[in-house]
Design a protein around this ligand. Structure first.
Ligand SMILES: *Cc1c(COP(=O)(O)O)cnc(C)c1O
Length: 359
């Protein structure tokens, strides 16, 4: 069996050891005589899985006690609506920074529920940088301030957080969850779909500070109300059982590697190998402002559309798949999430050097 190096932006690779463990536990999970997919979410054996996943998440990310961890279905996109429904409870105002397509979608969705202001945007240059902000533009009585921490499609990230004072900072961390240590106490809420760094698709994790829970708008669907979800330990209705189980296996894998400090070193190394090559070679270049570069999604372009297309095709034939950039930007993108081994990036760079020499 030949496994490929999958550079997809999501769903993405999972570590082979995690997949092997899931396979070994598939037919008879710990003597229960059934797979995790088949068991009741109210059973004792499943309870250990969901409670264990939450506990490990809290431990690895160092989540303070006054934050709840909620396991949702519906993807990050459902939270584009869930966040304003739950948090626009005071002035009804919020500030958003438009750093890419997902931030813009979140902004457009929030506009259905309140008075939403864009206080910065990098759309003028195809979202290739993180905009400078002027605090004078911030809404002083905003209910929250929203950013997308890592911009999956465009390959940028926030390296420094905006200073929002007492206004709770909310961040979409879908494409950088658990890729490095993070000070959760700087945020009112962080959330992300799991299918990039943490688990297969189907699970969305919301980490929210206690004082922001319990103020949902009256029309909020019951399952979308963070208080209902928190009071029911993410089991108001059926949770995405199997994704949560896979998430737990991923968390154990990260812990065994040495936790988030260790995974950060590994992720930094992978990104460095790629950016160093992009900065030194003559065929490919990275279109992002260097200080705003993402550690997870590395975008690059060849000089012509023909070469871009040929590269994507030749790379796939050589076992490096899903390198085509998002349809809105073109070129290439290598997503190098937690599960991508260093070897995968080293081999990709070797392949790029060969391609450069032959074309
Ligand atoms: C993938 C992604 C989303 C969308 O996630 P879904 O789970 O498909 O809704 C939102 N934000 C970011 C930053 C992403 O990378």
């Amino acid at each position: 069996m030949a496994r490929v190096f999958n550079f997809a932006a999501g769903p993405s690779m999972l570590p082979e050891s995690v997949l092997n463990r899931a396979a070994a536990e598939m037919l008879d999970y710990k003597g229960s005589g059934q797979s995790v997919m088949e068991m009741s979410h109210r059973s004792k054996v499943y309870d250990e899985i969901i409670v264990g996943a939450e506990k490990l998440f809290r431990e690895l990310l160092n989540v303070p006690d006054n934050y709840k961890i909620l396991f949702y279905q519906g993807g990050a996109s459902l939270q584009f609506a869930g966040i304003p429904m739950n948090l626009l409870s005071g002035s009804g105002k919020a500030d958003y920074v438009l750093t890419g397509q997902f931030a813009t979608k979140a902004y457009e969705e929030a506009k259905k529920y309140g008075d939403i202001k864009a206080v910065g945007s990098s759309k003028d240059k195809t979202f290739s940088y993180i905009p400078e902000l002027d605090k004078a533009d911030f809404t002083p009585d905003a209910d929250y301030f929203y950013i997308c921490m890592n911009n999956t499609i465009f390959g940028t990230r926030w390296h420094e957080l905006p200073d929002t004072g007492d206004v709770p900072l909310v961040a979409d961390v879908s494409s950088c969850f658990l890729s490095e240590p993070m000070d959760v106490s700087k945020f009112g809420l962080i959330y992300g779909g799991a299918q990039k760094n943490v688990a297969p698709a189907g699970l969305t994790i919301v980490i929210v500070r206690d004082d922001l829970i319990g103020k949902a708008k009256a029309f909020t669907p019951t399952v979308m109300d963070y208080k209902v979800m928190a009071d029911n330990d993410s089991m108001y209705n059926t949770p995405p059982c199997y994704s949560i189980y896979m998430c737990k296996l991923m968390l154990e894998w990260i812990k065994n590697l040495g936790g988030l400090e260790a995974i950060q070193l590994r992720n930094q190394k992978k990104a460095q190998i790629l950016y160093d090559y992009l900065d030194s070679g003559s065929m490919f270049s990275n279109p992002v402002v260097p200080k705003d570069r993402s550690m997870m999604n590395v975008t690059f372009v060849a000089p012509t559309e023909e070469l871009n297309a040929k590269f994507v095709k030749d790379a796939a034939a050589a076992g490096f798949v899903n390198l085509k950039g998002h349809r809105s930007v073109g070129g290439m993108r290598a997503s190098i999430y937690n599960a991508m081994p260093i070897e995968g990036v080293e081999k990709l760079v070797e392949f790029m050097k060969e391609f450069e020499a032959n074309n």
